[in-house]
Each structure stands twice: as C-alpha cells, then as structure tokens.
Design a protein around this ligand. Structure first.
Ligand SMILES: Cc1cc2nc3c(=O)[nH]c(=O)nc-3n(C[C@H](O)[C@H](O)[C@H](O)COP(=O)(O)OP(=O)(O)OC[C@H]3O[C@@H](n4cnc5c(N)ncnc54)[C@H](O)[C@@H]3O)c2cc1C
Length: 445
C-alpha cells in the first residue's frame, strides 16, 4: 500500500543515493500506525536496511522527570518492537542538527524521513538539517488525519472555517494503516541502549515527579479500547464534568506519539456509539488539528502576540482595571489562592500531571483575572501548563492558553472588567455544570 502523497513533503531537493534509509523519529514515538516509519520502510524496499534514530535533547522545552520518564519508557518499548522486525534503533544524545548529520555520514545513509511537527524548534532543526544534507530529507505528517499542510495553506480563523475543509477530505485520509513489515535486508545490529546509564547521565529536573500512567504503544492501545468499550457511550453527556472523569485521557499518548490520533479516530468511527462518536471525532480531529494549523502558520503561537487583534485591543483597554485578587507566579504554582475550586484544579495538575479539560479553561481564565496584566497571565498559563501537564509542550496547549486568555478561535462576548470582550468564566458556571464540592474534596483532601 502506498502512503498518500499529500502526507509527504520534501524539505530539500537532493537525490536519493545508495545506502540505508534513516527514519529520524521525533514526534511519533511508536512502531505501528506510523506513516513516517511506513514511508521509510517503503523506501527501504527489499534491498536496503532501515535504521531508526531518536535524538534526545536533555531538558527539551523545559521537560521535567515527569515527562522524560514517560518518554524514555515508551522509547524502550519502541527499541524492543523494532528489534523484532529486524530494524536497528539508535539513540543519540545532543543537538539533533549535529546528530542527524553525523549519523547520515557514519552509516552512509541514502535518504532521511522524519515526522511533521509545527513547533518552531523542530521546524528550525529540520530546516538546518535539510540545507546541510546531500541526501533527501522527507517530512511525513503522521499526526493529523488530514495532513496539516494540505488541509489549509493559511492560519484558519476558527473551527468553523477548518471543519468543512476537514470534512471534505477526511474520507480520503481516514484509512486503516498497513502493518509494518519485517525488514528483508537488516542493518548490522545496533548496540542495545543502556537505559540505566542513560538515565543516570541525564541531569533530569526531579522536582516534578513521574505519574502513575503507564506509557508506551501497548498501554495506549489498551487505554483506547477501554475508552471505546466503556467511556464513549457517555462521552457526549458527561465530558464536561470533571468529577465524572468521562473523557478519553489519551492526550499524553498523542503528545508523545505512543498512539496515532488516526487509530483513535478509526476505532471511534467504527464503534457505532451514536452521539458520543460524533462529539469525540470533532474533538480529536477538528479541534486537535486546528491547533497544528495555528502553530504551523503563526510563529508567535506561544506568545500573547499570537492572539487576534480584537482580543489584544480589548485586553489593552482593560489593562488598568482593578483586580479583585492578585497572585504571583509562585502563589499560583503552589495552589495558594483564595479559591478552593481553583486550588483543587492546580492540585490535580501538580499531583496527577493531568487537569480535566473543562477545568483547564476555568483555571487559565482566572489566571488572567488575578494577574497584574495579560502578558504575565499568559506567561504563567504556558509555563505551568508545560511544566506540569504530561501532555504539555504541545500545540493544543499553546492554543488552549491563547483561547482562554486572549480569544483565539473565539468571538467577542459581552464586555466586562479585566476581560474586556474575551469570554468570561466563573465558579457559578462551574457549579451549574458539576458538583464542585465533590471535585474540591477529591483534590484538596
Ligand atoms: C488552558 C488549556 C491548556 C491546554 N493544554 C493542553 C496541552 O498541553 N496538551 C493537550 O493535548 N491539550 C491541551 N488542552 C486541550 C484539552 O483540554 C486537552 O486536550 C484534553 O483535556 C485532554 O484530555 P482528554 O484526552 O481526556 O480529552 P478528550 O475530551 O477525550 O478529547 C479527545 C482528544 O481531542 C483533543 N482535544 C480535546 N479538547 C481539545 C481542545 N480544546 N483543543 C485541542 N484538542 C482538543 C485532544 O487530543 C484529546 O486527547 C488545553 C486546553 C486549555 C483550555
């Protein structure tokens, strides 16, 4: 089966030469259901070895032990699963721009395939590697059902402008994945990664501890099956209730690439579970892919300046409005505000590495209300989100922060102090939606 050509994007014009194919694994840390690895396998054919390389950058985007531990355990599973297929796995520590080039030269590689990722730092590495390499660097979008570069060539205004484009194309792209075939021509075996020494050589930020969620491709598939069998039927009704915990909890698996969002979409689409099915597909395809669209086409995705002009103007007009409460970054971080509901949400995040989606919106909007200005509020939201959420450092997080603080993909609402016409949320709204007392007692006891 050929990979849809719209998933494939050449990053330079070099010709393929003799030698192994290198798959530079980055965002998609899995063996099956991976369009990039499948394309690399296709290029390797019957007579070339295939090598998988992962470049580990210590402290990448502020990662802590919580995120590194999850990722390293997932990569150990990748190494094992690749070995069973005769594919060598290499892990190099350091600057990917240098390590990829070094590996290409050492192994006499004929072409390099890598993952699509809209974040600036990844785009920068790929650009640098593409311009230095004398062999092709080929990007494959294995994260979006409808590839981000082909669904739209510009920043979309809102979900309502992206949705029809996705719906028009999704039947063409929402196809099942072929199995990754074992390699016919194996590379000389790589030395197994010494995970123990690797961990001791990394100076990981141990102030944020790992969480109980089991990482890796097989755990992700088990979580998906459990959600489809037991959670999906109540998803439409209960997904906004943080006490019910009725959402899929798959976001960390998507973030680290342990599960293809397309696999989740296929499982849900084939489940026959009525309204839950349609609502989930809207979240996992349209909402999620809107985030990749934003980060791909707006280089200021992690800054308040990435927000729409109407929101920047209204926030500026209300800059001097008196704040009922004012907290520092440290007070927010330590969950020391006057609001038990807010403190419960922050405590859920600190302890479990996950905050329910409805609470993420309330949490971020209150940071806007209780910070001295919109810029510091936005910085606090992004910093705490990236540091403590297991699924942080993701396009969804940058979009969620701007949606909450500065109206991204939203519209102006009734004007009120501090927020201007940015949508407002308060604890009375939460009380109408769910049992706030039960949520508070779960996390503050
Ligand atoms: C302030 C704020 C910060 C956020 N930070 C992150 C983050 O760092 N990483 C992250 O993955 N998501 C983030 N989100 C989006 C969303 O809250 C989470 O994706 C969701 O809560 C994850 O839980 P789940 O997998 O159980 O979601 P489910 O309800 O089961 O949804 C299924 C999937 O759809 C996608 N999705 C759901 N809601 C959204 C949304 N609003 N925007 C984009 N995609 C969505 C996710 O991939 C999710 O896994 C943030 C939202 C806000 C408001």
């Amino acid at each position: 089966m050929k990979i849809h050509e719209a998933r494939i994007h050449r990053l330079n014009d070099a010709d393929m030469s003799a030698g192994p194919i290198l798959y530079w694994m980055s965002r998609e840390q899995r063996v099956q259901d991976n369009w990039g690895l499948l394309h690399a396998r296709e290029l390797a054919g019957e007579d070339r070895p295939l090598i998988v390389l992962f470049c580990l950058v210590p402290g990448f985007l502020g990662a802590t032990l919580r995120q590194d531990d999850f990722m390293l355990n997932g990569l150990a599973e990748v190494e094992n699963d690749l070995a069973a297929l005769g594919i060598a796995f290499l892990l190099r520590l350091g600057d990917p721009e240098e390590e990829v080039i070094r590996c290409v030269l050492e192994k006499g590689v004929g072409a390099v395939v890598t993952d699509f990722d809209p974040l600036r730092i990844k785009q920068g590495w790929q650009k640098e590697v593409a311009s230095t390499l004398r062999v092709p660097l080929i990007e494959v979008d294995g994260h979006n059902v409808v590839p981000a570069r082909s669904v739209s060539d510009k920043q979309e205004y809102a979900a309502r402008t992206l949705r029809p484009k996705i719906h028009r194309l999704s039947s063409e792209f929402l196809e099942d994945f072929p199995r990754l075939e074992p390699l016919v021509c194996s590379a000389s075996p790589a030395d197994p990664v010494d995970w123990h020494s690797l961990r001791s050589s990394l100076r990981m930020d141990e102030t944020v501890s790992p969480v109980a969620l089991v990482p890796g491709e097989s755990a992700a598939h088990a979580a998906l099956s459990a959600f489809v069998d037991h959670g999906l039927h109540g998803y439409a009704e209960r997904r906004n209730d943080p006490v019910a915990e009725a959402t899929s909890r798959l976001s960390a698996f998507f973030h680290f690439g342990h599960l293809a969002p397309q696999r989740a979409a296929l499982a849900v689409a084939g489940s026959g579970k009525g309204e839950g099915q349609a609502v989930y597909l809207e979240e996992v395809i349209v909402r999620r892919e809107l985030s990749d669209n934003f980060c791909l086409y707006n280089i200021r995705y992690d800054s308040l300046h990435g927000a729409p002009n109407w929101a920047l103007k209204t926030l500026d007009e209300h800059r001097s409005d008196p704040r009922p409460f004012l907290y520092s970054h440290e007070e927010f971080e330590a969950a020391r505000t006057h609001s038990p509901l807010w403190n419960a949400a922050q405590t859920q995040l600190l302890r479990s590495g996950f905050m329910h989606g409805y609470m993420r919106m309330f949490w971020a909007k209150k940071i806007l209300e209780w910070s001295p200005d919109p810029e510091s509020a936005h910085a606090t939201v992004v910093t705490l989100n990236d540091r403590y959420q297991l699924d942080g450092r993701d396009p969804n997080g940058y979009v969620g922060a701007l949606w909450s603080v500065a109206g991204l993909h939203d519209r102006p609402w009734q004007t009120r102090p501090i927020y201007g016409s940015v949508r407002y949320m308060n604890s009375n709204g939460c009380r109408r939606k769910f049992d706030t007392k039960a949520y508070i007692s779960r996390w503050l006891n």
